[in-house]
Design a protein. Structure first.
Length: 400
């Protein structure tokens, strides 16, 4: 296969993701016992595996490759990896452990596998490189604090075109410009798919339609970055359809991205109204069990959010709440629960309803009172200083 035949043996011969390539090579050059592992994240065909082998060869390492999705359990990972934890092989070679597809582990079926990997990367006497396709995968997020991360993006069409044109001239091949453009277009930023597409086109030059087999999975982060930044509605729709995240995950991530981005109130309102329409569609589908309507979900997101938000302003986020709210939850959650129980007992309702519905009204009414009167009422409600502090903070929100 061309993808193997023409795989670069030197990192300098690769195209795309230059910053990450340089960063990874510097990481390997500086690696010492106790250094963090390297984690390469990006879509298939962007050069992660090629870089590992090319960098290892140029720096004198021998690669020991394992596939996490094949060697899943703690026992199998342990038996495969632990014998390789010495700095040198019996022949005196420098070894590098490469563990591919770490996002291929599943929490239930592969119990213990991820925990073993986390422990292994901390204790290994060898440089360890991990690779994953999806940055927003839960298993990958658990590895982030233990690794130096290098992100890989899809290779720009212009660079794929230049690379293929150079290869065609070097090999003395004949490929019409129109066909070459079609190969680049169908590759979708996947260099491996582009090379295999070129080989397929040369094998069957009379084919009118070129079909390139490639992994069309797109991470949630990548698809939403396209949604928020692309100027092409059809590209946005394709990116959302290529993302296999659950519909609820998409809605939550869009909501989080909207509320955490620094946009004016009108823009935020338009975005949330557009998102609520998609959320209503999902609720209707679940209520009526008309799952055929789900085909309109991604198109609805693509067009409504696209029209409601300016390009290049919304930043992707999967945090459920803005930082200020998260900080308040951490600091005041226990105290608010105590206030909710007391207020609920007085009003003969649940503590949850007391906090969500009645507390805002109480805070508003107290904000209309003189400060001395407000403090007197607070002291009658509770003698706890922490609760008084939190309630005073709530009251001050209405006084601004």
């Amino acid at each position: 296969m061309y993808a193997e035949k023409f795989r670069p043996k030197n990192p300098n011969m690769m195209v795309g993701n230059e910053e990450s390539r340089i960063g990874f090579i510097n990481w390997l050059k500086r690696w010492r016992k106790g250094s963090k592992a390297a984690l390469l994240i990006g879509p298939p065909g962007t050069g992660k595996t090629t870089l590992v082998y090319a960098a290892a060869e140029s720096l004198g390492y021998v690669v020991l490759e394992f596939n996490a999705s094949d060697t899943r359990t703690r026992e199998r990972l342990s038996s495969a990896l632990l014998p390789s934890t010495h700095n040198l092989s019996v022949l005196g070679e420098q070894l590098l452990v490469f563990l591919d597809e770490v996002d291929g582990l599943y929490a239930r079926q592969d119990y213990g596998g991820l925990e073993f990997i986390q422990s292994f990367v901390e204790k290994s006497n060898l440089p360890v490189v991990l690779a994953a396709n999806l940055e927003d995968d839960e298993k990958v997020r658990k590895l982030l604090p233990k690794c130096e991360v290098f992100l890989f993006k899809r290779v720009p069409p212009r660079l794929i075109h230049l690379y293929l044109r150079s290869l065609i001239e070097r090999e003395g091949l004949t490929v019409p410009t129109e066909l070459l453009n079609k190969i680049v277009e169908h590759s979708g930023g996947d260099m491996r798919a582009a090379l295999n597409g070129l080989q397929a086109a040369l094998a069957s030059p009379t084919s009118e339609v070129l079909e390139v087999t490639r992994d069309k999975r797109v991470s949630l982060k990548e698809s939403l970055n396209t949604l928020f930044n692309s100027v092409d509605r059809e590209e946005v729709k394709f990116a959302l359809e290529a993302c296999d995240a659950d519909i609820t995950e998409k809605i939550r991530a869009i909501y989080s991205s909207l509320v955490r981005s620094r946009v004016d109130t009108k823009t935020l309102l338009r975005g949330l109204q557009a998102l609520s329409a998609a959320d209503e569609l999902v609720a209707r589908i679940r209520r009526t069990q008309e799952w055929r309507q789900l085909r309109y979900f991604n198109a609805m997101l693509a067009y409504s959010i696209f029209d409601a938000t300016p390009r290049g302003v919304i930043q992707f986020s999967q945090d459920a709440y803005p930082w200020s709210i998260q900080l308040r939850i951490w600091n005041d959650a226990r105290i608010l629960r105590s206030i909710g129980r007391k207020l609920g007992g007085m009003l003969h309702t649940s503590s949850r309803e007391a906090l969500l519905i009645h507390l805002p009204y109480l805070a508003y009414l107290l904000s209309r009172q003189r400060k001395e009167e407000s403090q007197r009422i607070l002291m009658r409600f509770t003698a706890d200083e922490s609760e008084q502090r939190v309630l005073s903070k709530e009251i001050s929100r209405f006084s601004k």
